[in-house]
Write a protein that binds this ligand. Sequence first.
Ligand SMILES: Nc1ncnc2c1ncn2[C@@H]1O[C@H](COP(=O)(O)OP(=O)(O)OP(=O)(O)O)[C@@H](O)[C@H]1O
Ligand SMILES: [Mg+2]
Length: 146
Amino acid sequence: MKIVTHSPEETVRAAQKLGSMLRPGDMIAYKGGLGAGKTTFTRGLAIGLGLGDNVSSPTFALVNEYRGSEITLYHFDMYRISTEEGLESTGFYDYDFENNVAAVEWSENIAQFLPENTIYITIDPLSENEREIIIEDGGRFAAAWD
Ligand SMILES: Nc1ncnc2c1ncn2[C@@H]1O[C@H](COP(=O)(O)OP(=O)(O)OP(=O)(O)O)[C@@H](O)[C@H]1O
Ligand SMILES: [Mg+2]
């Protein structure tokens, strides 16, 4: 599924819709370069999951956690990660992915470690304020975007 947004707010709204449909065990993996809108999209996911909008880049922390009573969103930034040891150092293997939701920026860097059911989101800047967003969800959410 492909959408085009024309402002950060529109990207947040689209992501919010997706966030509200996510289930425990879902893994979101972003593809897209610096400033594409991955963190902006994740803010929408958090809102849709009922976790508020206080989402910031985990660039230095490597991971931010947004905790709710039912579900937690793990927000990873793999910009500096390229090896399996590096990935381990983020604590990646210690998180309870089965019962929560994860969103991974710079997923290209850990492509071979992502689960088979990963939902890939590619964000491509078309202009200063336009983004093409491709969501590879195996058709799961197609009806929602009709
Ligand atoms: N349609 C749009 N959707 C999302 N962001 C947009 C859009 N138009 C402009 N922007 C701007 O693009 C920037 C996206 O920044 P954001 O931090 O979300 O990107 P990122 O992909 O997480 O970058 P990084 O790789 O550095 O972490 C913001 O400054 C945002 O305001
Ligand atoms: Mg970011």
